[in-house]
Design a protein around this ligand. Structure first.
Ligand SMILES: NC(=O)c1ccc[n+]([C@@H]2O[C@H](COP(=O)([O-])OP(=O)(O)OC[C@H]3O[C@@H](n4cnc5c(N)ncnc54)[C@H](OP(=O)(O)O)[C@@H]3O)[C@@H](O)[C@H]2O)c1
Length: 409
């Protein structure tokens, strides 16, 4: 029987995984490592996340079916709880997904992941450690198509410390945990849900909608972005855990050549689903052209509130990602018979009809763009005032400790 340790169950993808897995009614046991004062508080946090996918009663019922270990994965190596000893698979989703809190994201995503790996190394029945990284470990200068073998690259220049921390974690896992049954999966951009739209969490839907509202495309109108829906990612992860064997040690969970999103096509789709705004004509600009973006943003959204200033800063950085025009090859996944992802154009209508205002959607995601500490997403919080200019810094993949020739765990 499988006994799966899940980290990140209170997050966007983790909640979707748990909801899918529990709905399947297999005899798999799920153990969730959750930050909470005690088990009951942890269960209530899980139930709240599951409540984004189903009604409150069912969410409570499903949450009763998981075991809770209250704790922080960054200290997993000190968790003596014997319930972890019988784990057969780990699905490690937890991460600090904030972009700019450099030291904190490195401590969590790199050092914390190594702490979890040390605990996993003491699980005698473990046969798979599924580590969820990101396709964005490619940094800011990838080729047009990236396959799984090209990265991580210690010399890659990163647009944000978040992706640098994920790349560093991959490199340290590979070099220090050779005996761990490690499989690395790298989702590209995860956005929306094919049937529930934006309800479980909109992720960067606000970015797509803001680009559309501004009528500005970074780079070329024929450029693409690689986007996949949350439920497809969840299904794929659950199936990867269930398969007795996988052919590779690294996989992209990405749209690939067949399902990637081309801006010009997206504009035509949006003309259909949101005809009040049609016809759309996107202007091309360089993501480094701050003046054009600032002027257009001020005209369309205004710059009269701190939240809009923060949104402008985040959007500037996202435009740099969009301008990369990179596709993450998913041939490995498809060749092993996993279902291909739907294209964004197939479900963006559902996302938009379940969405509120663009600025409010950004507000929901604001924690990701805080410069210092990262408030938890389910905590109600006002947006603090931020400086208007905060350029995306270029970050080298190697952590300070790796540059000194050692790891910091
Ligand atoms: N979403 C995307 O577009 C995307 C794309 C590529 C890769 N990924 C990767 O996919 C994974 C999941 O992403 P997501 O979007 O679901 O993230 P998310 O919504 O930000 O959720 C992050 C999860 O990690 C947990 N966590 C963070 N620090 C923790 C700690 N110290 N101890 C225990 N739990 C901790 C959070 O718990 P709390 O609720 O307690 O904060 C939350 O459950 C991440 O590894 C991310 O890098 C995501």
């Amino acid at each position: 029987m499988s006994r799966i340790l899940l980290t990140g169950a209170t997050g966007l993808i983790g909640g979707a995984v748990l909801h899918r897995a529990l709905a399947m009614k297999t005899d798999t046991e799920w153990v969730c490592l959750v930050r909470a004062s005690d088990e009951e508080a942890g269960r209530q946090r899980i139930a709240a996340r599951l409540g984004r996918f189903t009604n409150a009663l069912n969410a409570q019922r499903l949450a009763q079916r998981v075991e809770i270990v209250a704790g922080d994965f960054t200290h997993a190596d000190t968790i003596a709880d014997p319930r972890l000893d019988a784990v057969t698979q780990v699905l490690h989703l937890a991460a600090d997904t904030s972009w700019w809190a450099q030291e904190k994201v490195h401590r969590t995503n790199h050092d914390g992941t190594l702490a979890l790996a040390r605990r996993a190394a003491r699980m005698p029945r473990l046969d798979r450690f599924l580590h969820v990284s990101t396709a964005m470990i490619c940094g800011g200068q990838p080729p047009a198509t990236v396959d799984e073998t090209r990265y991580p690259d210690a010399e890659a220049i990163h647009l944000v410390p978040y992706s640098a921390s994920k790349a560093a974690a991959e490199m340290s896992l590979a070099s220090h945990f050779a005996d761990l049954p490690l499989v690395v999966v790298r989702p590209s951009i995860v956005l929306g849900h094919t049937t529930l739209g934006a309800r479980p969490g909109s992720s960067i839907l606000w970015v797509i909608r803001a680009c559309d509202r501004l009528r500005l495309v970074a780079g070329s109108r024929d450029g693409t972005v690689d986007i996949v829906p949350t439920d497809w990612v969840a299904d794929t992860l659950v199936e990867m855990l269930a398969r007795p064997a996988l052919a590779h040690r690294t996989y992209h969970l990405s749209a690939g050549m067949l399902s990637r999103t081309r801006w010009s096509e997206l504009g035509r789709t949006l003309d259909r689903v949101d005809p009040a705004e049609s016809p759309r004509h996107y202007e091309e600009f360089s993501a480094r052209d701050r003046a054009t973006l600032h002027r257009r943003f001020t005209e369309v959204f205004g710059m009269d509130e701190a939240i809009k200033v923060a949104m402008f800063r985040a959007l500037q950085a996202y435009y740099r990602f969009c301008e990369l025009d990179v596709t993450f090859d998913n041939t490995r996944l498809l060749a092993e018979g996993f279902a291909p992802p739907p294209a964004l154009s197939e479900y963006i209508g559902r996302c938009i009809e379940t969405s509120g205002e663009i600025v409010d959607q950004f507000r929901e995601d604001f924690g990701q763009f805080a410069v210092g500490s990262t408030p938890r997403r389910d905590a109600a919080r006002p947006a603090p005032a931020l400086p208007e200019t905060m350029p995306a810094r270029e970050i080298n993949t190697r952590s300070p400790s790796q540059r000194r020739g050692s790891i910091s765990s």
